[in-house]
Design a protein around this ligand. Structure first.
Ligand code: AMP
Length: 493
């Protein structure tokens, strides 16, 4: 199929051609015709599959016909979990709508209310919003939903995980009954089923190959680190590689991301931090500088980097392993984009063995362990094929293969499923479609972790500065003054 046969307006086709897209991606091929036909859609697709255009192009097509509804407010409303994703969608709307006269805007937390109020006081074509700020405007009567024809829920599972279920439902309930709804999600469970049932009618379901193809292009490596100083020495060694032209280094806390970026900058590297405590303007500037190649090393936290679309990332380094196995796949997916290959390097310390076990179980494979001469760990880690992961013969209770965890091994799963989210116990999309027992299908927490973090291990919207500080106090690293001090004093060579 080609874009030309999709009944898209010439203005839209012209913009798509200008992007250099020769053919639609699988999600676009399936979603665009259905969406243009006015169907409600549930689409299983990850970032990197071209899903943004899969909903933006039909949205623009809809706008080629003038609205009959009078009044203010948007015709198309896109809800998305994070500000970064919202900015990327807004950018995509500008790109694909380049030859159309559009009035669009974003309603995001962390931005001044004044401009948003001005935007909402007039008829608007497309609004891209994060649910938290939009609900503020809705509750204070500043936004009218009466003209909404199309509601898009992007990364709906993430919005639910971030606690936006009620906000999303309230917002949807405020839009006209006859609207069209497109829901994009990477995973499917009981909560999602309920949301979809509430919001959609006879939805067409689409599942496409997602990350597997991308992940296959990523070389994954693991380095055992004794402690933070050892991690720093490893990092120092790795970043000396001239083949590392653009890298993202993931840190578990905002404070450590800042600290690490400062340390790297003071050592002469073009390095900057990206995390949720930065103002939106600063975050945008940093991402832009990364895109322009002005930053070589970006030290980021998870939420800030989610959905980050920067091409040419040669390496992803997990300085700290993510608490969530799913975030591991999201992180390493920042490299190996658009058919390019990439390298993902993870450091694991003794205290991160649980995280490693979850990640390996999730992706259904052991990460190959590498040792750099002169930087060997004092306590090498045993990594058995399916039996144990532990330090130096010390049993950590059985790593468990993908099969023993009730998951299909990575290689046997349908390709999009390789990026599903066992850590939350969510079922991959296709497993769940005809299964009414979804909500009870969550794996008990103890299957996945032996420590005491709550349910999914996800922080509830922790990138908001307030929650972040609260969480930081609880979490081992940032809350412990001694460790923070140790970080500060960490030796680099
Ligand atoms: P997304 O999954 O929406 O984040 O898109 C990932 C990347 O794919 C973006 O950089 C898009 O510009 C690019 N992209 C989207 N559609 C196509 C296409 N049909 N052909 C080539 N690249 C595309």
């Amino acid at each position: 199929m080609s874009f030309d046969t999709m009944n898209l307006a010439p203005t839209i086709l012209k913009a798509v051609n200008l992007c250099g897209y020769t053919s639609p991606t699988p999600i676009q091929e399936q979603a665009i015709p259905q969406a243009i036909a006015g169907k409600d859609l549930i689409a299983s697709a990850q970032t990197g599959t071209g899903k943004t255009a899969a909903f933006v192009l039909p949205a623009l097509q809809r706008l080629t016909v003038p609205s009959t509804a009078k009044g203010k407010g948007p015709r198309i409303l896109v809800l998305t979990p994070t500000r970064e994703l919202a900015n990327q969608i807004t950018e995509a709307v500008r790109t694909y709508g380049k030859f159309m006269r559009l009035r669009t805007g974003a309603i995001l937390g962390g931005m001044p209310y004044f401009e948003q109020q001005r935007l909402l006081s007039q008829p608007v074509d497309i609004i891209v919003a994060t649910p938290g700020r939009l609900i503020d405007h809705l509750e204070s009567g500043r936004i009218s939903m009466a003209r909404v024809e199309l509601l898009v829920l992007d990364e709906a599972d993430r919005m639910l995980d971030m606690g936006f279920s009620e906000a999303v439902s309230t917002i949807a309930a405020a839009t006209p009954e006859g609207r069209q709804t497109l829901l994009f999600t990477a995973t499917w469970d009981g909560a999602m089923e309920k949301l979809a049932k509430r919001l959609m009618k006879d939805a067409v379901r689409i599942a496409v190959a997602g990350k597997k193809a991308t992940l296959e292009l990523i070389e994954q490596r693991l380095h055992t680190a004794d402690d933070m100083q050892h991690k720093n020495r490893l990092l120092n060694h790795l970043i000396a590689d001239s083949g590392m032209t653009r890298a993202i280094i993931f840190s578990s806390t905002k404070r450590n991301a800042d600290q690490l970026a400062r340390e790297l900058a003071s050592r002469g590297h073009s390095a900057e931090a990206l995390h949720g405590d930065m103002t939106q303007g600063a975050r945008n500037r940093t991402i832009m500088n990364m895109r322009r190649g002005k930053i070589r090393l970006l030290v980021a936290t998870d939420v800030a980097a989610r959905g980050l679309d920067v091409t040419g990332i040669t390496h992803v380094i997990n300085y700290d392993l993510p608490k969530n196995a799913e975030d591991y796949v999201h992180r390493i997916g920042r490299t190996g984009r658009a058919g390019a290959s990439g390298i993902a390097i993870s450091f694991v310390s003794f205290r991160e063995l649980d995280e490693l076990r979850r990640i390996e179980r999730y992706i259904g494979q052991s990460l190959p362990q590498l040792v750099i001469a002169g930087l060997e760990p004092a306590r090498p880690m045993q990594q058995g094929s399916g039996s144990r992961t532990g330090y130096n013969g010390r049993s950590t209770g059985g790593r468990g293969t993908a099969a023993s965890a009730g998951r299909r091994p990575f290689s046997k799963a349908p390709s999009y499923r390789s990026d599903a989210r066992p850590s939350t116990g969510r079922k991959p999309y296709s497993d769940s479609r005809s299964d009414a027992r979804l909500s009870t299908d969550r794996k008990p927490y103890s299957d996945y972790r032996s420590d005491a973090r709550p349910s999914t291990g996800r922080k509830p919207y922790s990138e908001s500065s307030f929650a972040g500080k609260r969480d930081a106090k609880k979490s081992g690293w940032a809350g412990d003054a001694r460790k923070t001090e140790a970080f500060r004093k960490a030796r680099w060579s």
